[in-house]
Ligand binder design. Structure first.
Ligand SMILES: Nc1ncnc2c1ncn2[C@@H]1O[C@H](COP(=O)(O)OP(=O)(O)OP(=O)(O)O)[C@@H](O)[C@H]1O
Ligand SMILES: [Mg+2]
Length: 337
């Protein structure tokens, strides 16, 4: 999975892997073999482009058959594969239509089918679901996952939808401004983002990122961060020893604290005093925007429907183990494992 904001270089990277563009530096390896000098044909990768170029004069079936006919595959094998892929992408009803007679989402699925029908060892998919409506996207996402498991092909899949990245990816690479930020399993990216960019990009709604600085704790030893007028104690056990010592030694250090909305709890006791700004009821959960008195604003996520009027007073409690700290340059302070 390759994720990142528009213009960060995802499509460019896919084109470099496919051999449609050459790399100015570094080695491109497919199955352990350096392929920098191999032509796109020699690399034998299937690519679904962001703008899914179909052959306009061929029907959907013709488009699906095309790569197999090029390989002189037996007729019944072609029919078997085309039918199987068409069924799993739910395009079997319009196999006899021309691309111009299909909707954008249908065309996109034909383009994906054309890549998958080859059962290639490597498929490169550039935003293959971007033209589907929300419901179809969930359905096709499940189909891709099952198809992928069945034909055991390697996919490099570009998306800016981080739900797709989290649900389909074995490993997710986050790009920004042409640079790789972090590559890891979806769970690890979520649990331990390496910098403020990844922290803010993975997760929806995103992690609260709060500009703060280290201060003396209100009581006892340890480390605290300023949250408006209060000092919030940080449980240093959650950070690797050197990281927190270095931050503390720098005294008054400017930091960014991060906490996910699901790890911010609202209640009547403990925590920090805050005012409800507004609440968004989504049915299964409520997103509550709160302002810490004399401090930053935050988003909290509460299960179910919560009735909180703007202006109401509440108390905000952070799950201590779920507070992330980032240095002034945005790099995460190492967490203990
Ligand atoms: N042929 C080209 N020549 C010069 N610059 C290009 C070319 N193609 C793309 N770029 C630039 O390279 C950067 C990365 O483009 P790329 O298409 O890889 O982005 P992307 O991550 O796929 O974005 P999106 O999500 O919008 O598709 C952009 O700033 C783009 O303007
Ligand atoms: Mg692109």
């Amino acid at each position: 999975m390759l994720v990142g904001p528009s213009g960060c270089g995802k499509s460019t990277l896919l084109r470099v892997i496919a051999g449609l563009e050459s790399a100015t530096r570094g080695a491109v390896k497919i199955a352990g073999r350096v392929v920098n000098d191999a032509s796109p044909q020699e690399r034998n990768v299937a690519m679904v482009f962001q703008d899914y170029a179909l052959y306009p004069h061929l029907t959907a079936r013709g488009n699906l058959e095309f790569p197999l006919k090029m390989r002189h595959m037996a007729k019944d094998e072609i029919a078997r594969r085309v039918d199987a892929v068409a069924r799993s992408l739910a395009i079997d009803r319009w196999l006899d239509r021309l691309p111009k007679q299909l909707s954008g989402g249908e065309r996109q699925r034909v383009a994906m089918g054309r890549a998958l029908v080859r059962e290639p060892s490597l498929s490169l998919l550039d935003e293959p679901l971007s033209n589907l409506d929300a419901r179809l996207r969930v359905q096709v996402r499940a189909e891709i996952k099952e198809l992928q498991r069945r034909i055991r092909t390697t996919m490099v899949y570009v998306t800016h939808d981080q739900v797709e990245a989290m649900t389909l990816g074995d490993r997710v690479a986050v790009l920004d401004g042409g640079r790789l930020q972090q590559v890891d399993t979806p769970a690890a990216l979520y649990r331990a983002p390496c910098n403020t960019f990844v922290a803010g990009f993975i997760g929806n709604p995103p992690m609260n990122l709060i500009e703060t600085r280290l201060v003396a704790p209100e009581s006892g030893e340890g480390v605290a961060i300023a949250l408006g007028p209060v000092a919030l104690s940080i449980d240093t056990r959650h950070f690797a020893g050197e990281a927190i010592v270095a931050a503390r030694a720098a005294g008054g250090t400017v930091l960014t604290a991060g906490v996910r909305p699901e790890h911010v709890h609202l209640g009547d006791e403990g925590g920090v005093l805050a005012t409800v700004l507004h609440a968004e009821n989504l049915g299964h959960e409520t997103l509550v925007h709160v302002g810490i008195r004399g401090g930053p604003r935050l988003l909290a996520r509460a299960p179910g429907m919560v009735d909180l009027a703007p202006g109401a007073t509440t108390r905000v409690v952070f799950e201590p183990a779920e507070i992330h700290l980032f240095d002034a340059r945005g790099a995460a302070l190492a967490r203990s494992r």
